[in-house]
Design a protein around this ligand. Structure first.
Ligand code: NAD
Length: 493
């Protein structure tokens, strides 16, 4: 269904258990040859696919149609991100992260240790609907680069973008079976959890717990990228117009359906009124709608709501906030009449920390502003949260901002910026507490897609002593060796 128009775009049959089993077997068969190609050749294949994504107008139009987002966000965020991530992982940084590592032991200097990274095998990637490319195919880039085959299960709401990527993979003649898309609902995701060697999941905390439990049962590695209630802390010395522009962009981009969006603003009370007025002007200027069809550029800033229940959440949270004394500064009309799933961007002031809109993920176009006495009160409220995904701190004093950022319980924090943590692909990005386990980005994420094997061997020359040392350490035990070990322990430790 097209969220901006309400028209049916396509009917996609869900993958049956037999189809999942067959795809898994094909992936299992295809993976060793993909791994054997080596990192350089895999990187070249992924770069070819990235160029095809960049040049494919159908991909962009599919993204726009199945989400209802502005073309700017489809191209400038999703496609752009997939290219930037591929540039990083398919290049030298990716190859270096996957290389064997030599470790030189201190005590047992006659030995050397080699740390080898092998792909896990078949990785299941389960994606959400808010970013059908960025959180679906793009999350397959690192596991593929690491030499795994990938089975991607896109959200049942937005499968078309992933299916288009699979077509492009095939058209380019990339290895069959290495990347496959399995549309379907939660049961297909569960089937992947039951078969794959590793799961990379992006979605809600609720589903993440089920996925984590299943993977725990099977003792397979899992990465969980879940929801949150990311705060923006605005201190009195901040550049307020800049902070307001960023709050509104990060609050309403993708209609608020962004995991690391600004979910709540905590502003020092001395500047709260001015900051709220600046935000109000920004929100009033937002142009909402379906946008012009291609090839014209869409003259819109805020698109449709992809998943209708997000509008129920937004409505409930606004109602609860107003009933408890919050004030609607802009918006508040809720669902827009006429065709398509549109919800009025809403700015709330006078919000207090016990309101649902300040506590629970909104994941929609509502931005609550809370007044705080000072940075300490803001930090206390932020760190009380059961989740810890992302956040930002706004201040003219960067050192103070950094000190505050370090004390925030979050996977990543921007100082005087928002959402940049998603585009700086060189550094890990993930959630803490109920926001998840593991990360995407950086060498850390790539290495998650590998199992480790350590190989210990003799050093070429000093290893000649190895037979003698083995004789001393192994059966039969000798009192003399124990005396020597005692001496070593006293000296060394
Ligand atoms: P969701 O949890 O409902 O669904 C996510 C995916 O899991 C879908 O493909 C769905 O079909 C599948 N699924 C459902 N039940 C399953 C099960 N039992 N086993 C396996 N898979 C199952 O989430 P959603 O509504 O699609 O996405 C919105 C949520 O995702 C928000 O909470 C948002 O914060 C979060 N999100 C997080 C990030 C991040 O990087 N941290 C990014 C985007 C979205």
């Amino acid at each position: 269904m097209a969220p901006a128009t309400g028209t049916l775009l396509a009917e996609v049959p869900a993958s049956t258990p037999a189809r999942v089993a067959e795809a898994f077997e094909r992936a299992r068969q295809a993976q060793p040859a993909w791994a054997a190609l080596g990192a350089r050749a895999r990187g070249q294949a992924l770069r070819r696919l990235a160029r095809a994504l960049r040049d494919d107008p159908r991909l962009t139009e599919t993204l726009v149609a199945e989400t209802g987002k502005p073309r700017y966000e489809a191209v400038g965020m999703e496609v752009f991100y997939a290219l930037e991530l591929t540039r990083y992982y398919a290049g030298r940084a990716g190859r270096r992260a996957l290389r064997d590592e030599q470790r030189r032991p201190f005590l047992f200097a006659i030995k050397k240790a080699r740390v080898v990274r092998h792909p896990h095998g078949v990785v299941g990637v389960i994606g959400p609907w808010n970013w059908p490319l960025l959180n679906n195919y793009a999350d397959c880039v690192a596991p593929l680069m690491a030499g795994n085959a990938v089975l991607l299960k896109p959200s049942e709401l937005t499968p078309l973008t992933s299916l288009r990527v699979a077509e492009l993979w095939k058209d380019l003649g990339l290895p069959e079976g290495v990347f496959q898309v399995l549309p379907g609902r939660g049961d297909v995701g569960q089937a992947l959890c039951e078969r794959c060697d590793m799961i990379f999941f992006t979605g809600s905390v609720k589903t993440g717990r089920q996925v984590g439990a299943k993977c725990g049962e099977r003792m397979i590695p899992v990465v969980l990228e879940l929801g949150g209630k990311s705060p923006m802390i605005v201190l009195a010395d901040a550049d307020l117009p800049r902070a307001a522009r960023a709050a509104v962009w990060s609050g309403f981009a993708n209609s608020g359906q962004v995991c690391i969006r600004t979910e709540r603003v905590l502003v020092e009370e001395v500047v709260a009124e001015r900051f709220t007025a600046l935000c109000a002007a920004e929100v009033k200027a937002l142009r909402q709608g379906a946008g012009a069809p291609a090839p014209a550029d869409q003259a819109i800033d805020v698109g449709a709501i992809t998943f209708p229940p997000q509008m129920d959440t937004a409505e409930k949270q606004i109602g609860d906030a107003v009933a408890r004394g919050a004030r609607v500064v802009v918006g508040g009309e809720g669902r827009r009449a006429g065709g398509g799933q549109f919800f009025a961007p809403t700015l709330l002031a006078g919000v207090s920390s016990e309101m649902a809109v300040a506590q629970d993920e909104t994941f929609g176009p509502v931005l609550p502003i809370l007044r705080v006495r000072d940075a300490e009160e803001a930090l206390r409220l932020v760190n009380e949260s059961p989740t810890g995904l992302s956040g930002s701190v706004w201040t003219a004093d960067v050192a103070r901002g950094r000190a505050l950022a370090r004390r925030m319980v979050a996977g990543s924090v921007c100082i005087n910026d928002v959402l940049m943590n998603y585009f700086v692909v060189e550094a890990p990005l993930g959630g803490v507490r109920a926001s998840g386990l593991g990360v995407r980005h950086g060498p850390e994420a790539l290495r998650q897609f590998c199992r480790l094997e350590t190989i210990i061997e003799d050093q070429p020359l000093s290893g000649l002593l190895s037979p003698f040392i083995q004789k001393q350490l192994m059966f039969p035990y000798r009192p003399r060796t124990l005396r020597l070990l005692r001496w070593v322990m006293r000296r060394l430790y």
